[in-house]
Design a binder for this molecule. Sequence first.
Ligand code: HEC
Length: 463
Amino acid sequence: MHYPWWYVPHLTSPMLIAFIAVVHVLVSHYAVGGGLFLFVETRHAHRTSNREYLDYLHRHARFFVLLTVVFGAITGVGIWWTIGLASPLATEVLIHTFVFGWAMEYVFFVIELAAAFLFLYFWGRVTPRTHVLFAGVYAFAAWVSLVLITGITGFMLNSGNWPERGGFWNGFFNPQFAPQVLARTGGSLLLASMYVYFHASICSPSSALREIIGRRSARPALLGAVLIVAGGAGWFANLPESSVAALMKAPALNIFMAILFAVTVAVFAMLYFGPYRNPAWLTPGFGVLFLMFGIVAVTVGEFVREAVRKPYIVHNVVMSSNILASEIPGHRAAGFLESGPWTRALIAAKFPQVMDGTRIDERRLLDLPPPQRIEAGEILFMHHCNDCHATDTGLSAIPHVTIGWAPEMIHDVVTSPELFHHYMPPFAGTPEESQVLAEWIESVRPPFPAGMRFGPASAEGGE
Ligand code: HEC
């Protein structure tokens, strides 16, 4: 069954999820790695009775709590809102499968918040031992919540044998689980050092202290970089074949992979020659630039990880067209519009003449006059294709990708989108439905660009 869902003009709704999710990931990885930083470094500062370092850590803890607890929590809830509106079916499947996991996640999140507040507000008011314990509890709970959520995001990319076997643990320990836990733990360590360098280069006036911070945070950052590379290799090795094919095929992904590679090399070099070998390099310019590189790497990496899921939202389970893979044959027999209570109600309200009792008589769609057929085609588009294509202008806008196409080409792409690009879900409707959808596309498709010295006879811009 397909739900009605949000169409975000020009951008498409998955892109909106991507924006919010990337911002969240940038903060949530720092929430994990930064917790470990505060735990290890507060313990070190207490042990060496380094007052100046403790004062700095106190300032850092305030920055940390404000950014991770407040901003991180807001963007985290933002993800729930957007996925619920943009991908209701996938959200439903994830909740049904992982409700126990989310309950655990919630428990650890509460522990995390409580520990963060205790750590910050009881600064200097409890024994060093208790104080460090708060940080330790925070760091542990934050990492466990990373592990829990990674089981679920890994499942979306490669659901392994879950479609046949089902069950919580089969879904949770999917082939992407271990590689992504490695990569995300590494990402947390590296990103946390970047935030620390950024903050310290601006907020810690003494150069001696900056050197201590630079040196001490370089090792976890290097370890993080190694874990990212190891986890990334595991990620690639455990990708479904469709994702590897998408990586090879889509030009945008080719470019992103090249950027990711270049930025990773740059980050390694900056880390090694900067804080590791020359801690005195820790100037505000370095701090800002290093964090920018980190943000670019994470953004591009997350984008690639999300993009290769197509044509699925949950691999082999939920299609990007917001129906279950298992529903396709049924929808082809009964009709896509007929199979969703909301599309059926919409058609009944707009075109009562196609209804046979409470059912849509698919054949009557073709008896509608052309303007109404086109309108029915647009309704189909808005429920079957709009997850990836804007309607007018914007991301992969349908008029832009069909410039100058002949009617037969449009007909072919509508009936077998998966043969044009394997990352498009197959069409899940009747021949009558593909016909009206093709008619809508023909109505918005622009003519072949004029003024070219080759091209179809209609190249002057006419039909
Ligand atoms: C999972 C996302 C997704 C869905 C859903 C989807 N497409 Fe696509 N489609 C793509 C991508 C990615 C491309 C290639 C990039 C581009 O041209 O924007 C593409 C390309 C196209 C093209 C241009 C073909 C070419 O060879 O360049 C057409 C036409 C098209 N899609 C029509 C449709 C129609 C009609 C539907 C609904 C039945 C649909 N798409 C559903 C992702 C999708």
